[in-house]
Structures are given as structure tokens and as C-alpha cells.
Ligand binder design. Structure first.
Ligand code: IPE
Ligand code: IPE
Ligand code: MG
Length: 241
């Protein structure tokens, strides 16, 4: 795909369900965490490549509200990988104009990791070239439930009229409030399910499923997917032009 950096911003939002780390490691007789470590390297590459691919918003599913079902070792390993990623990549992200955000319920995370999230969000708040959002302890249903509680509390306090709640108000109460809806959602590893990712926001997203396991997924794979995405006709319920 052509380097689009000379073109006006298209605001393209690509979201990725990074799946297959465990299988990638198991196939090689290695612990699952080795797959997660390799996966983090792929994230680094993808973040660097995204602006050249015309991506303005990149949202990555790193840990779901259901992933607590995994072993303590794997959960702690994933959490420490995230902390390491933030510390190691902070200066590069600032240099490359990356604004980092987190979505999901962070109140259940280690306070030290929560502080790191707040720190990197503040540190990169002035950047605008690539909006990198990482979903941690994120579930679409959990997010909608929390937004519902917020709106219900506002209604109970007389601040909003329950009869007049709009889709825009729901958008604003979600974790993704600062982001446009995703245009394209990619899932690696051959699974063809949504697994609780961006349920409200994906109303008109295009989906791409690829058999490639996440630790093998390179920017070249994404470039191919984007070439196909560009050929799709998006109608949003209307008629073909
Ligand atoms: C995706 O890889 C990463 C996370 C869910 C944290 P998996 O760990 O789900 O890998 P598989 O699906 O077991 O291969
Ligand atoms: C989805 O992958 C969550 C992330 C990639 C973080 P899972 O591996 O947890 O999803 P299921 O269990 O296959 O649906
Ligand atoms: Mg998986």
C-alpha cells in the first residue's frame, strides 16, 4: 500500500483483536508467555507502521474482562508485559507523536499499573499523529453497563431527562468517548467471533479475520488487509452510490 503521509488525514480507525499468542508458543513447545512477549514486539512494529498505512486511530484488545479466568502466572505475566511496554516505549511514542489511552475498567488493576496508565496518558496527551488505545480489563458489556450506571445516576440526580437520552449521550458515557467508531476490526488466529470487543461502537465496522497468529502478524499483513478494505463499499444502511 502506498505511503499516505502526504495526503490529508483520513481519520481511519482500525481495531485489532490480537489473538493466537498462546497457540503460537504452544506449537513450539514454549510457555504461553513467550507468545505474549513476541506479541508485544508486533505491537511495537504496528504502532510504528500505522501512520504510514494511513491509520490515525489504532485500538488494540490486550486483556478482556474474561481473561481473568487464566492462570495467575499468565495474568501477572500479561500485566507486567504491559508495564514494561509503557516504560520502554514512552520516549519513542513521544518522538513519534503517539497519544496513548486505555479503555476498560482499570479499577481492578494493580495500583502501580494504574499510575503508569495515568502517567503515559498525561505524558502523551499533546500528541495527535496516532491515537493508540489499548483495551485492558475491557469488555463491551462491562463498558455499556458502566455507562448505563453513569447515565442512570445523572437521571436520578435530575441532570438529564431519561426520556431524551440520545445515542450521542451514550457514546459520551463510554470509555471510547474521545474516539470515532472503528472502521475496520481485524482478528488474528482464525477465530471468527467478537469476544466482547467494542459491541456498541462496531455497529457499522467492517470485519477481517485472518488465520495468521498474532506473533506472526506483521505490518505487511495489515497493509494487504487495508488494500482489501479500500475496495469495500460501505453503505451504512443506505443504497449503493
Ligand atoms: C491473545 O492470545 C492475547 C490475549 C488474549 C491476552 P491468546 O493468549 O488468547 O492466544 P490463544 O488464543 O490461546 O492462542
Ligand atoms: C480475545 O481473545 C481477547 C483478547 C485478544 C485480549 P480471547 O482468546 O480471550 O477470546 P476467546 O476466549 O477465544 O473468545
Ligand atoms: Mg485467544
Amino acid at each position: 500500500m502506498a505511503d499516505m503521509s502526504l495526503w490529508p488525514d483520513t481519520g481511519l480507525h482500525v481495531a485489532v483483536i490480537m489473538d493466537g499468542n498462546g497457540r503460537w508458543a504452544t506449537q513450539r513447545g514454549w510457555p504461553r508467555l513467550v507468545g505474549h512477549r513476541k506479541g508485544a514486539e508486533r505491537v511495537r512494529e504496528l504502532v510504528a507502521a500505522s501512520p504510514k498505512l494511513g491509520i490515525r486511530y489504532l485500538t488494540l484488545y490486550a486483556f478482556s474482562t474474561e481473561n481473568w479466568k487464566r492462570s495467575t502466572e499468565e495474568v501477572l505475566g500479561l500485566m507486567s508485559l504491559m508495564g514494561r511496554y509503557i516504560r520502554r516505549e514512552a520516549s519513542r511514542m513521544s518522538d513519534e507523536g503517539v497519544r496513548m489511552r486505555f479503555i476498560g475498567d482499570r479499577s481492578r488493576l494493580d495500583p502501580k499499573l494504574q499510575r503508569l496508565f495515568r502517567w503515559i496518558e498525561a505524558q502523551t496527551a499533546g500528541n495527535d499523529r496516532l491515537h493508540l488505545t489499548v483495551a485492558v480489563n475491557y469488555g463491551g458489556r462491562d463498558e455499556i453497563m458502566r455507562a448505563t450506571r453513569t447515565l442512570a445516576a445523572q437521571a436520578a440526580a435530575g441532570e438529564i431527562d431519561p426520556e431524551a437520552i440520545t445515542a450521542a449521550q451514550i457514546d459520551a458515557a463510554l470509555d471510547t468517548a474521545p474516539l470515532p467508531d472503528p472502521d475496520l476490526i481485524v482478528r488474528t488466529s482464525g477465530e471468527t467471533r467478537v469476544s466482547n470487543f467494542l459491541l456498541w461502537q462496531a455497529a457499522y465496522a467492517e470485519y477481517e479475520f485472518t488465520p495468521t497468529l498474532w506473533p506472526d502478524f506483521t505490518p505487511a499483513h495489515l497493509a494487504q488487509i487495508l488494500d482489501r478494505f479500500d475496495l469495500r463499499e460501505r453503505r451504512y444502511g443506505g443504497v449503493a452510490l
